[in-house]
Design a protein around this ligand. Sequence first.
Ligand code: DX5
Ligand code: ZN
Length: 215
Amino acid sequence: MAIIAPSILSADFANLQRDVEMINNSSADWFHVDVMDGVFVPNISFGFPVIKAIKKYAKKPLDVHLMIVRPEQYILQFKDAGADLLSVHIEACPHLHRTIQEIKNAGMQAGVAINPHTNISLLEDIIADIDLVCMMSVNPGFGGQKFIENTFQKIDNLKDMIIRRNSSAKIEIDGGVDLKNAAALISAGADVLVAGNTVFSSSDPVATIKQLKAF
Ligand code: DX5
Ligand code: ZN
């Protein structure tokens, strides 16, 4: 059974408390929280005040995905805002090992996010130190995009590496996850499924989360 992490990016921001409570009352496991800076990705989402507002009502862990440059400058502020797990992009971190240690020292779980074009082999010397790989299955920046099929190949390679390196990192798939590809992703080795559009465009989000959880 996979961990299901609905993405708040697709929530109704004018009814954020209602949507947070919907997730609380569903079989979802985590809140996936996308932070975009308009520099690392061509979109701006939200920052600390919104994360704090989510945290105020959330009864499940906050899985915060940073799509920002220089994420190491804000680690303590994300902890303070309520992040339980913090993922930084490998493409944004020249000193990734240090950044991962700082996230852990701040008392959070540490994840590394990786873009569709970035080769999994670059994770070889960090995989044993991290709790999660957030594998992008779309180009980061927007919800509701089409799933990139090459992701399946990357899951295979990553799974091998995790076993070979005796890592406990979970594989999270982020982007374009739907009711058609979820089962195949889980059998390929995905541990966590992020779902934005699939959950929030559903006429019955709680039932859709339950369906994802049942695969
Ligand atoms: C994209 C974000 C995703 C996004 C997923 O940059 O990282 O978390 O919210 O949305 P869907 O599930 O709609 O592709
Ligand atoms: Zn994300």
